[in-house]
Design a protein around this ligand. Structure first.
Ligand SMILES: Cc1cc2nc3c(=O)[nH]c(=O)nc-3n(C[C@H](O)[C@H](O)[C@H](O)COP(=O)(O)OP(=O)(O)OC[C@H]3O[C@@H](n4cnc5c(N)ncnc54)[C@H](O)[C@@H]3O)c2cc1C
Length: 505
């Protein structure tokens, strides 16, 4: 193994420059006395270099900027791709740029796992500080932070997206103009981190040219990390895929829900029985990867009439509401309306996708190693709809989506229903089609969850320190104690800002 390429030991090494890692690299290197090394598996484009596929918010998935992971979706064994951004900016560079905060109810559920410091009142200031937006109540919304969020207006939407809003209102859903304000239960145009039709990823906005000029910050792209090195239970550095050793005073894993879980397990932190299978020496027997959550996603697609088939801007509008089984104040259903579809699927050249998600799933999935070799990827089991309550809520969501699709406002723009299709009428047939065509909303979390010491599922404490270890943290979507009731990007950014502000600086 080659050590540090001859360089000095850094104070902090951050592994992964995605939604969380780019934030940390910025905040930690603001102190010129602290040396920070950010190691990213994908290319570290300068702000000017990001290619069109990453700038264009209508192109979701990032093409070659992907880790190529796959997952088993449920007990049928069907395998689907699970895209994860492989580039500076991470999944924030390839995502749909929907910028919705989590709700007070989400943070109350975190508190039930014994985490402290994460009440809505405590995180609100961090949400405000991270964003700059021109809209909304200034007591709730931020004006001067690094991350731009723009609320789409009805006037900016395509005719069919406007029809979706009207049809949802006709189904009794409230019209909302700022879902990042006080009210979420209803229908609204999307807030997006898109400015001048450019997706604002964290590599772009948190790692500006000015930040990158800091002499105490080094960014290494195209460097995949294999594992963490230890002296006893203290992290001392990392080992890259090609065997280089990079020493550091503290190691922070921000490689994402799958990436961080993989690195932890290859480093000997994970379920002892699994690690033993691959001959990995156990450093700490912790339930890494055992509480994966993600949002199941079903696409109810309509072809559009030729005179209403505009598909740009692709995003969008959303119904965020509660199923008949929702508990307390929770909102457990999304119906996301977009034109994120290949127009060639429609004979009229236009389509609208109403995608239902159960956003407070009971089902728990898992992530495990396939082998000791990082190149072999991971065994991901989403275990979607395993719990009957998730199946019932998914069915209810799709039924609502189809009622919206049949409303007069939609009839004015819709040519026909493409999926599940008019032939699918009864619930049994609908449930079957949902199973066959189910996908992921791409919101995996909770493979290294925060929790109190007596929480048997917890891998890290309330500020990301790995239990029983020193100088090793995980800070990314993997540490959320459970799935959010919404899309997780802004909350992942908030989480990194919050941990930086409350315990790292
Ligand atoms: C296609 C898609 C669409 C989505 N749409 C939305 C949306 O519209 N709104 C929303 O809120 N959320 C959306 N999400 C989810 C959201 O983007 C993620 O939840 C969020 O980006 C997760 O942030 P993170 O920091 O945990 O991980 P990431 O942003 O994925 O960052 C992890 C980083 O670590 C790097 N890395 C991983 N492994 C290694 C390794 N071994 N060595 C070195 N580097 C490594 C990766 O390359 C990446 O840069 C979407 C996600 C995807 C993939």
């Amino acid at each position: 193994m080659r050590e540090n390429n001859g360089a000095e030991t850094v104070d902090v090494v951050i592994v992964g420059g995605g939604s969380a890692g780019a934030v940390l690299a910025n905040r930690l290197s603001a102190d010129p006395e602290r040396t920070v090394l950010l190691v990213e598996g994908g290319p570290a484009y300068t702000p000017d270099e990001y290619p069109a596929v990453l700038r264009d918010p209508a192109r979701v998935g990032g093409d070659e900027h992907d880790w190529g992971l796959t997952a088993t979706i449920d007990d049928t064994g069907r395998v689907i791709p699970t895209p994860r951004g492989k580039v500076l900016g991470g999944s924030s560079a390839v995502n749909a740029a929907v910028a919705l905060r989590a709700r007070a109810d989400d943070f109350e559920k975190w508190a039930a796992h014994g985490v402290t410091g994460w009440s809505f009142e405590e995180v609100l200031e961090t949400y405000r500080a991270l964003e700059n937006t021109t809209d909304g109540d200034p007591r709730l919304r931020g004006r001067t932070g690094p991350f731009p969020i723009r609320q789409r207006t009805r006037a900016e939407l395509t005719p069919s997206l406007r029809a979706f809003i009207d049809a949802s209102a006709a189904q009794g859903l409230a019209r909302i103009d700022d879902p990042n304000g006080t009210q979420q239960n209803g229908v609204t145009p999307y807030p997006l981190n898109v400015v001048n039709e450019v997706r604002q990823n964290t590599g772009l906005v948190y790692l500006s040219d000015e930040v990158r000029r800091r002499r105490n910050l080094t960014i290494r792209g195209r460097t995949t990390v294999d594992r963490v090195l230890f002296d006893g239970t203290a992290a001392t550095g990392i080992v890259t895929l090609d065997g280089q050793v990079l020493r550091a005073g503290e190691v922070i894993l921000s490689a994402g829900t799958y990436g961080s879980a993989g690195i932890l397990m290859r480093s000997g932190i994970g379920p002892a029985t699994d690690l033993g299978r691959y001959g990995i020496e156990v450093v700490s027997d912790l339930p890494v990867g055992r509480r994966l959550q993600d949002h199941p996603f079903y696409y109810n697609i309509y072809t559009l009439k030729p005179d209403a088939n505009a598909m740009s801007p692709a995003a969008g509008a959303i119904v965020w509401t509660r199923s008949s089984e929702a508990v307390g104040d929770e909102l457990d259903l999304h119906i996301s309306a977009t034109h994120l579809a290949d127009p060639s699927i429609s004979p009229t050249g236009g389509a609208i996708v109403l995608a239902t998600a159960v956003t407070q799933p009971d089902s728990i999935g898992s992530v495990a190693l396939r082998s000791r070799d990082p190149k072999d990827g991971l065994a991901i089991d989403l275990n979607f709809l395993a719990e009957p309550r998730d199946r019932r809520r998914m069915l209810e969501g799709v039924q609502l989506s189809r009622r919206i699709g049949r409303e007069a406002a939609m009839a004015a723009v819709v040519d026909s229903e493409l999926t599940p299709g008019p032939g699918i009428r009864d619930d049994t047939a609908l449930e079957q089609v949902i199973r066959q065509q189910l996908d992921t909303y791409q919101h995996p979390t909770s493979t290294a969850p925060m929790g109190a010491e007596n929480d048997p599922w917890a891998v890290v404490d309330s500020v990301g320190n790995v239990r029983g270890m020193s100088r090793l943290r995980v800070v990314d979507a993997s540490i959320m104690p459970r799935a959010l009731s919404t899309a997780p990007n802004v909350t992942t950014i908030m989480l990194a800002e919050h941990i930086a502000r409350t315990s790292l600086l």
